[in-house]
Design a protein around this ligand. Sequence first.
Ligand code: ZN
Length: 444
Amino acid sequence: MLAILVAFLALPGTASAAGNVLTPYRDAVSYDANLTTTTADGRSWAGTETIIMRNASPGPIDRIWLRLWGNGPKGCTPRAVTVTALTGGRKGRLRKDCSALEVLLPAALHPGAHVSLTLTLSITAPQIQDRFGSAEGIMLFGNALPVVAQHDRSGWRLPLYSTYGESFVSSWAHFALTLHHPAALQVAASGSTTTTPDPVGGTATTTSEIDARDMFWAIGPMGEVTVTTPRGTVVHAWSTPEALGDREDAATDASNALQAIERHLPAYPYPEYDVIVARIAAGGGMEYPGIVITDGTDDVTRHETGHQWFYGWVGDDEFREPWIDEGLTSFLEYTWTGLDQPEPTCYRSSELLEKGPTTFATHSMDYWNRHVRQYIVAYDNPVCALRDEQRLLGNAGFTRVMRGIVVDHAQGFLSGVELRRAFRRAGGAASDAIWKRWALAPGG
Ligand SMILES: [Zn+2]
């Protein structure tokens, strides 16, 4: 996400609880959803979702936690996402303000064994101008589809929803979406998308598939413009008819950003990229695999495009270590896609008057949710650290480390420990000192 955040001068605070973030099990195999609109504007949907999961942990499990992140913004009353029936397991507790649903399995699921769950569900985008909500008459379905919660050797991880950041990274899986909707409304979705008018007329069916860690769709009275990058990525930009100019700018900005990043990192992994111009209340934009929301400004479009690499391709624990994807993405925004190389506002740990100053910028969303005005530090300080690493290693050496991080962690996860280790292999103790200087590493 790139919200419009206010920088601050004074830094009260506590020591960060920077700890070891374990790599989650890659247990989700596939999600297959078939949904039909129940309202003419596309705000509400009903249908089924089949989730296939493999027990990737070393021991048997008797339950699975699903995340109903769509209930995050509004909580339990009314629930935006409800599971009315379930096959393959039995509904257990609803926790975390109805954003976590426990599924009790009929028998223990042994390591390596698969289970198939089919949910009958209804989804209604709340009346808020948000990534799961609506903006300018476009219905936005971010985090709307239930997904398997993160599970590592310490157990199931069930963070709360974060209004200001993200807590919803999921394990890599195959997503297939079939949407039945009025033919007058256009659908944009993660992945390769095809819309076919139904023979009975009036309605259409849109299908989309992607291998990724989440699936997003939007529907509304949108127009579209398409550009193709020189290596063949098809970029669709969408907006209301009134925002035609913004849509054209967004298509160009997104195409330029993809090409700029591809000069340094492995190429964008999908044939299609979608950009939706819609102004959400938080300001800025929001990233999903293969598709983003932007307010139409070039810096936001560049930032959200950068998230296709960090968050989308290389995942991280967005709740416990938001600085990983926001920091690496902000570096792409500021340094590898920005023509004018703007200077972010960074704070040296030596300037921070508090306990544990060298880890201040590594706080979790639990901290930033309560100190929203300071959250920009998790974006900007890593940019200064990465620019120092670039000076230390030289352009070629730095780019080699960044490429290696993408190759080694593609479709998986990157922790702060692993990020620092990758740079230490190239830069040794001088590299470690840089992370500490910018409040991104434990130590005195
Ligand atoms: Zn972001």
